[in-house]
Design a protein around this ligand. Structure first.
Ligand SMILES: Cc1cc2nc3c(=O)[nH]c(=O)nc-3n(C[C@H](O)[C@H](O)[C@H](O)COP(=O)(O)O)c2cc1C
Length: 372
């Protein structure tokens, strides 16, 4: 058992989850101020095998494994996070205006399920402050910026369609210069308007038209919740087809609680929100395979997250069609060393299956119809 599991996690897990998260970000922010510390952390994470290098939408990644949005919501700790061994890091979700998110408590651990129940509702410092914070910063790995419309709280009236779309456009306009890629969060499970707004496809068309008109020269991904029906995914892809700006898709958490959780229902009843970690893996994997099977894979790439704790978890998503995989909950349960471990093990898994490069494994199970 490593230092994190034996000592650090038991201490952190005594602390209120949101406070522990804030403390971790603050500590990483402070540590990121020291370039010698960042170099030492990067050295400890180790070099990645050339087998893991992959190009996605013009970005050269040294490993497909990245940090998912939501850990560093306002891009305060990017320097240290970029040293942990990830091939990219995604910050956000960031909105045009600052947001306090939902009222608390809004973050809960469910260790029996190796998951987190999250009901943050997109708290963040807003595009202006985040852009100022990132201005001129150079990271050793590509930076993704995840963008959303502002959550004005559960009591606020719904924004008009045009306002929501203008919010995305404003945040993209302010942030794209700081990003190597952008990801539009179309599916926050924990805000009323974030959840279902784009199920009316005309709104998606209007958003993508407006983003197309910006002529942003950065890859842009759309983060979507697992689709409920075939017609859902088909209408989504039909709305996306005409847009020139879209490079691919990323998979978000479904709203609500999945079936079959080990955590007692009486506890879950006191935990509003969506479930990350192990319980999120199945729906995420199905969505990756569904998308990969339906899209022009030369045109669109897929980012898969949801329950990646090990190299086997990452590899499964890659074989189903993900060109990039992300994790977040594993960082909380396993600590930062999990990144280097997954990189090393993933290279071994690829070698054992005779793949010279990870790209060769992307979608291999979807193509052959087999699963590992
Ligand atoms: C605490 C927490 C906060 C999150 N916040 C965001 C967010 O602001 N924007 C977003 O697109 N996804 C957010 N997510 C979803 C993650 O990016 C990721 O898709 C999901 O947690 C599945 O990965 P995991 O099982 O490795 O955690 C959040 C997840 C968690 C657990």
């Amino acid at each position: 058992m490593g230092l994190y599991s034996a000592v650090i996690r038991p201490i952190l897990f005594q602390i209120d989850p949101e406070r522990a998260h804030d403390m971790a970000i603050r500590a990483a922010e402070l540590a990121g101020g020291s370039s010698s510390l960042c170099s030492a952390v990067a050295a400890a994470a180790g070099a990645t095998s050339p087998r893991l290098a992959i190009e996605v939408a013009g970005m050269a990644l040294r490993t497909p494994l990245g940090l998912a949005a939501g850990f560093d919501k306002s891009a305060r700790a990017v320097r240290l996070l970029a040293a942990l061994g990830f091939g990219h890091i995604e910050v956000g979700s960031i909105s045009a205006e600052p947001s306090a998110g939902n009222p608390g408590p809004r973050l809960f651990r469910i260790p029996q399920d190796r998951g987190i129940v999250v009901h943050y509702g997109l708290p963040n410092d807003g595009a202006e402050r985040v852009a100022a914070r990132l201005d001129g910063s150079r990271l050793p790995v590509p930076l993704g910026i995840n963008v959303v419309s502002t959550n004005r709280g559960p009591e606020a009236a719904s924004d008009a369609d045009d306002t929501v779309i203008a919010e995305y456009v404003s945040a993209v306009r302010r942030l794209h210069g700081c990003a190597d890629y952008l990801c539009l969060n179309l599916s926050c499970p924990n805000t009323r308007d974030g959840r279902d707004f784009f199920s009316e496809r005309q709104r998606l068309t209007s958003l993508l038209d407006a983003i197309d008109a910006l002529r942003i020269a950065k890859p842009l991904f759309l983060k979507v919740a697992p689709f409920a029906t075939t017609s859902d995914i088909e209408s989504f892809l039909a709305a996306v087809e005409p847009a020139r700006c879209v490079s691919g898709f990323s998979v978000n958490l479904p709203a609500g609680k999945p079936q079959g959780l080990a955590t007692p229902a009486s506890q879950l009843a006191r935990m509003p929100g969506a479930v990350s970690g192990r319980p999120a893996a199945g729906a995420a994997d199905r969505t990756i395979a569904d998308l990969f099977g339906r899209v022009d894979v030369k045109r669109y790439r897929i980012i898969g997250s949801g329950g990646v704790f090990s190299a086997a978890d990452a590899y499964r998503k890659i074989r189903l069609g993900a060109s990039m995989v992300q994790l977040m909950t594993a960082l909380i349960y396993e600590g930062p060393a999990v990144v280097g471990t997954i990189n090393r093990e993933l290279a071994r898994l690829l070698e054992a299956d005779g793949f010279a490069h990870v790209d060769e494994a992307v979608g291999i199970d979807a193509r052959t119809g087999s699963s590992q």
